[in-house]
Design a protein around this ligand. Structure first.
Ligand code: ADP
Ligand code: MG
Length: 693
């Protein structure tokens, strides 16, 4: 349970004076539903009002604070014109401009002949100084009311900067006295303030430097956040490690049989990760490992060999794919190899029902099935293994930490290997997979030819049709991916259908269409027809499954490529890299092409290395958004920022492991303080699930 002294932070902002129902709704639009959300609503800039020149020395386009006399009121002749107030000091004149203003209040605030201090952005307009809607107007004796430096917050309609500043100002004192969870020496060496002063400093910045990710206050809070993240992952990991695993070290006979039948030799990279995996399997504790390998790097065979190690020891293994198509594809690859080695592999998806399912489950429970391949359907309740020792999850980085553990619960102390083709930058792996060991296949099989990648404006679409016709005549196959229309699946679909109809005119029955709105079964059918060559040009929305293997596909056309993220473009291009024939990827872009989109397309042309692409993506987008954040399982942090806080993340990872090594149940005084940290960053689950009392 969350400690009661933290309650005020998780209370509604209505506990602050002046926040009624109307404002609650508006704050909600900013993602602010509790006091804590308000405190985490950090300023992104600040207004420095310390510049207070005479009129002659005003700086154009900047915020200035000036002392002036009111000379004349110029009431507008029509409602559309602004109300103007002419002011001066001894050095010159400035006009204050008010649109849609109430003359009464202007006259009251700026009486003729009065001295006033005003603050706001000034502009030179036809050689004359103007300030529209000054942020502050005060009498000289009250000019202290004008803040010297003022934080600037993200806003929404109906919420002004002054309003939210005031709320935050009133919320800061609600932060209770908190025990310090960082080590004093560590704090001192990094110059970190304590938690509360750090938040105060950020909300009362003493200059722009205070807002930089490198400021001590930001670093402190980013570290807290990353430590909470890493600690909760480390708790999961510690729990898994505590459960004894089995020592799996087969005699290698089945693996030898399969390897002998492969038409290729394993790459060095495949061998290296297999060695890492089999060391885990042989160890006394359970395996929890992430295997990363770019599209086409050959993860499937690594998965099979990993499973065979368990089967050699008399156990069962399972591999789960995110979709039916991918499960079927794995089955098609794995089943014949198993058969030749005298083993039985079976496919279990949601589509397998009735008698055949009952029979399959029977065989599974009796241990007659050695390797089970499937979708989520593998992990429903009535699927019971005889003795499951090895679970592989393919392309499933979308799973959360706890789900990963649930899956392995099917087995008896089963090892878990998660495989992903998403090139997540190394440091970000820590935030999403900090609970796992990590292997990477950093090499593609030999003989893969680079994909000829070109960017072209959409206006030249007609030119590529004849080239495509030649490709089809030569027995090659083509993907045509349709634009991603933001936030509208309907428009997505309309665009794809439209393109399908146009292409049908040129290619007739050779064209097929697959989209996200189709039933799983329909999609599979179309994909199957594309695989076996009935369909030669496949128009698709972005549903093209990650990992689908169609070796004859050599051309990837991406319409409105500028609307896709780099990681997505990379994955899509990976679809045509499977065979030995040279492949082409055409990035069709529309205008206007923004700087970031242009940079993305250039990166795509310059490299095919998924990890380079991921790093570039990180630079272009920032960590908060990388790879469509949520999808990739990467965290959305409140304070921490990537790549700026990468070093902090690495330290937090080490720190978390050290903390738990010394105090596994977090019972020491520092451990108790760290529990507070976990609650503060809403890692309640971690405390509840993995810690006693
Ligand atoms: P991914 O890592 O994207 O899942 P796959 O396992 O589907 O990649 O492998 C892609 C293709 O490369 C498959 O056709 C597979 O048979 C082939 N392959 C895998 N390993 C090698 C290798 N060492 N040498 C040559 N081809 C290989
Ligand atoms: Mg794969």
């Amino acid at each position: 349970m969350r400690p009661s002294f933290l309650y005020p932070l998780f209370a509604s902002p209505s506990s602050i004076r002046g926040v009624g129902d109307k404002y609650l709704g508006l704050l909600h639009n900013l993602g602010i539903d509790r006091i804590a959300d308000l405190l985490w609503h950090l300023p992104y800039a600040c207004n420095d009002r310390r510049r207070s020149p005479s009129v002659a020395d005003l700086k154009n386009g900047e915020i200035n604070t000036v002392r002036i006399r009111v000379v004349e009121h110029l009431a507008p002749r029509s409602r559309k014109q602004p109300y103007q107030v002419l002011c001066e000091d001894d050095s010159g004149q400035i006009t204050l401009v008010f649109f849609k203003a109430y003359p009464d209040s202007i006259q009251k605030n700026l009486p003729l002949g009065a001295e006033r201090v005003i603050s706001g952005k000034v502009e030179l307009f036809n050689g004359r100084w103007q300030m529209s809607h000054p942020d502050y107007i005060t009498a000289p004796e009250n000019s202290r009311q004008i803040p010297e430096i003022e934080p600037v917050y993200g806003l929404t309609a109906g919420i002004t900067n002054k309003f939210i500043s005031r709320l935050i100002y009133n919320a800061l004192p609600l932060i209770p006295a908190l025990p310090e969870w960082l080590e004093p020496n560590h704090m001192k060496s990094l110059g970190f303030p304590a938690f509360k002063p750090a938040l105060e400093q950020i909300h009362h910045p003493d200059g722009t430097a205070a807002l930089l990710p490198s400021s001590p206050a930001r670093m402190r809070l980013a570290y807290d956040e990353l430590l909470a993240n890493q600690l909760s992952l480390a708790l999961v990991r510690a729990k898994v490690k505590k459960q004894p695993g089995r020592q799996i070290a087969g005699n290698g006979l089945l693996r030898r049989k399969v390897l002998d039948r492969l038409p290729f030799k394993l790459t060095d990279a495949q061998q290296k990760v297999l060695a890492e995996i089999s060391a885990d399997q042989a160890a006394a504790s359970r395996m929890l490992r992430l295997l990363q390998g770019d599209v086409g790097s050959g993860k499937t065979i690594v998965a099979l060999l990993t499973m065979l190690n368990a089967v050699e020891c008399g156990y069962q293994a399972a591999i789960m794919a995110p979709t039916e198509i991918l499960a079927k594809q794995h089955f098609d690859t794995i089943a014949p190899l198993c058969e030749e080695a005298g083993l039985k592999a079976a496919l279990l998806t949601g589509r397998i029902k009735g008698k055949s399912r009952t029979l399959l489950l029977e065989q599974l429970q009796q241990g007659k099935i050695n390797i089970l391949i499937g979708t989520h359907a593998l992990f429903v309740e009535d699927v019971v293994f005889n003795d499951l020792a090895c679970v592989i999850i393919d392309e499933q980085h979308r799973f959360g930490v706890h789900q990963r553990l649930n899956l392995s619960a099917k087995g008896n102390r089963a090892d878990v290997l998660v495989m992903t083709a998403t090139p997540i930058p190394r440091t970000l792996i820590l935030t999403a997979f900090g609970d796992m060991e990590y292997s990477k296949i950093d090499q593609l099989p030999e003989g893969r030819k680079p994909v000829d990648t070109r960017a072209m404006p959409l206006t030249r679409i007609d030119e590529i049709i004849p080239a495509l016709q030649r490709k089809i005549a030569a027995g090659e196959r083509i993907y045509w991916v349709c634009p991603l229309v933001e936030e509208s699946e309907k428009l997505d679909l309309a665009a794809a259908e439209n393109r399908f109809e146009i292409l049908q005119k040129a290619f007739g029955a050779d064209v097929g269409l697959v989209h996200g709105k189709m039933k799983e079964k329909q999609k599979d059918e179309i994909m199957e027809r594309f695989k076996n060559g009935e369909i030669k040009l496949l128009v698709a929305t972005t549903v093209i499954e990650v990992g689908v293997n169609v070796p004859e596909a050599t051309v990837m056309i991406i319409e409105h490529a500028e609307r896709f993220g780099l990681a997505q473009l990379h994955q899509l291009r990976g679809r045509v890299k499977r065979g030995s024939r040279p492949a082409t990827c055409i990035l069709l872009y529309g205008y206007p092409l923004g700087a970031t989109s242009r940079a993305r397309l250039n990166i795509m042309r310059d490299t095919e290395d998924g990890f380079v692409i991921a790093e570039e993506d990180l630079k272009l987008r920032g960590g908060g958004e990388i790879l469509g954040t949520r999808q990739s399982g990467c965290e959305n942090f409140k304070v921490a920022q990537m790549p700026e806080h990468q070093n902090l993340l690495v330290t937090a990872n080490k720190d978390a492991r050290m903390i738990l090594a010394a105090d596994p149940e977090l019972t020491s005084p520092r451990g108790q303080a760290l529990r507070t940290l976990l609650y503060l960053f809403e890692r309640d689950d971690a405390v509840k699930t993995y810690l006693a009392g």
